[in-house]
Design a protein around this ligand. Structure first.
Ligand code: GDG
Length: 448
């Protein structure tokens, strides 16, 4: 079997690289003598002319540095201030500049130049995420004919949203240079097919195939997941290590875990909780919301704004409802170690996974995997998370409707053990069947 060459924006670092993608791809990389390539996270004065090997680890890794200008325009600029908001239904937050696009293309061309000399004829290439959309196009220009797959971790916009992007047609042409485009959900496959057809005049060949001269590509859903069994064991062990007070202090604990991103709907969640507390004075002191939100993409204006908004809202709700023995919202604006997180999921009675738009949302899956099968907690899940297509036994909510979310909070808090177990059983069955190993295997099988 040929090698797997995986390319993502950031290279997994450390002697023992970790993270969902490493779990999913590590074995295949190891077995095929494959390579992972990505940016180092360090800033250099001049654009890197060659790849640098990272020593150690179970598979080979090569990285390169970005310059500050590249970091600002390619990463913070076009990737995270244009594509990210557009792909999450927030065209209003796009910050469009010619320079962002120019440098984004330049960086992708440079990555193609760095990667091409490494390639052997039977290698398969798997490109990850929206930072690298043009990579196959650039590789094809250099004569690379290997199978190239792409996986988009975010949602894909339909033609109406895509029209807001000045180079929407070009984006569709980039996509057509992949042999296989993996998306999170069927909703994204439909949107992507529509965009390719309406924006770029691609022809629909049926069964997910489109033709956009001179190439043909297949678009299909491969919902990403976690290693559910591994996470279940982690949560079991870590639960016992939690400080005793955590479980006792909060007779009912609701948990939210989200990078502090505007797509995650944290302010909407806080307002719904405020609505719940307003309606149910009898629940005061008996329920609190633990919101863990590590900061992300600091320095991008929209992220500074969301941070201010959440701090303001949690302060206001706590000011209105707290008393000397109880604070309704504990807002932790810092990352918590993964093991602690696993234990906390298990200690929580309800998870609030209420993004306004989300590719998949792995927190929903982690929360379920972490539960005690005998006395499981309840997952409240936004209909706008890609996970909603698979996890229909969750308590589905519309995050835009604070009254409905507040009503569902009460339903979740009051749910009988029998119903909780029934929902958990069905969700966990899906998670163990379609786990992250299924995800990478089915994608790579389809790539051929
Ligand atoms: C993108 C897409 C898609 C969060 N806070 C802490 C922490 N986390 C971990 C969670 C989870 C991961 O980060 C977040 O994954 P999500 O899937 O929820 O969201 P994104 O970061 O936006 O990821 C998303 C995903 O890619 C995969 O394709 O599902 O839709 O947006 O694993 O546990 N981990 C630790 N401390 C924290 O404070 N250790």
């Amino acid at each position: 079997m040929g090698r797997l060459i995986c390319i993502s924006n950031r290279i997994p670092t450390g002697a023992n690289p970790s993270g969902g993608l490493v779990v999913a791809l590590g074995d295949v990389l190891e077995e095929t003598g494959g390579i992972w390539i990505g940016t180092s996270g360090e800033i250099a004065d001049t654009p890197a002319a060659e790849l640098r090997e990272i020593e150690g680890g179970p598979f080979r890794r090569y990285c390169f540095d970005l310059t500050q200008e590249e970091q600002d325009n390619y990463y913070a600029g076009y990737s995270n201030s244009v594509l990210w908001p557009l792909f999450h239904g927030r065209a209003d937050l796009m910050d469009i500049h010619q320079e962002y696009l120019g440098v984004y293309k330049q960086v992708n061309r440079r990555i193609a130049k760095l990667v091409a000399p490494f390639l052997k004829p039977d290698d398969r290439i798997w490109v990850q995420d929206y930072h690298l959309l043009p990579l196959a196009y650039e590789l094809r220009l250099m004569g690379v004919t290997n199978p190239i797959g792409f996986f988009l971790h975010t949602p894909f916009p339909g033609p109406t949203a895509m029209q807001a992007l000045p180079n929407g047609r070009e984006v569709c042409q980039w996509i057509a240079n992949y042999d296989l485009v993996g998306l999170q959900a069927e909703r994204d496959v439909r949107a992507c097919l529509h965009s390719m057809i309406e924006i770029a005049d691609a022809s629909n060949l049926g069964a997910g195939y489109v033709h956009l001269s001179p190439r043909q590509c297949r678009i299909a859903a491969f919902p990403i997941s976690i290693d559910a069994r591994e996470f279940q064991e982690l949560a079991e062990t870590e639960f016992d290590k939690l400080p005793a007070g955590i479980v006792k202090d909060h007779r009912r604990l609701m948990i939210g875990v989200d990078r502090l991103d505007y797509s995650k709907g944290v302010p909407h969640r806080f307002r719904a909780f405020g609505e719940f507390l307003e309606r149910h004075e009898d629940w005061h002191r008996y329920v609190s919301l633990l919101q863990i939100s590590p900061p992300t993409r600091e320095g991008v204006q929209a992220y500074d704004d969301i941070r201010e908004e959440t701090e303001h809202l949690s302060g206001r709700i706590n000011g209105q409802f707290a008393d000397i023995q109880w604070v309704p919202i504990r807002f932790i604006n810092r990352a918590v170690p993964r093991e602690v997180l696993a234990g906390l999921y298990r200690a929580s009675h309800v998870a609030l996974v209420t993004p306004l738009m989300d590719g998949m949302n792995l927190v929903a899956k982690e929360f379920i995997a972490a539960q005690n099968p005998d006395d499981p907690g309840v997952l409240m899940l936004s209909q706008f998370a890609g996970a909603a297509e698979q996890m229909d036994a969750a308590l589905m909510v519309n995050p835009h409707d604070p009254e409905q979310v507040a009503t569902s909070m009460l339903t979740a808090l009051m749910m009988s053990r029998g119903e909780r177990r029934e929902r958990y059983r069905s969700l966990m069955e899906g998670l163990t069947t379609y786990d992250v190993h299924w995800w990478s295997k089915s994608f790579l099988d389809a790539l051929g």
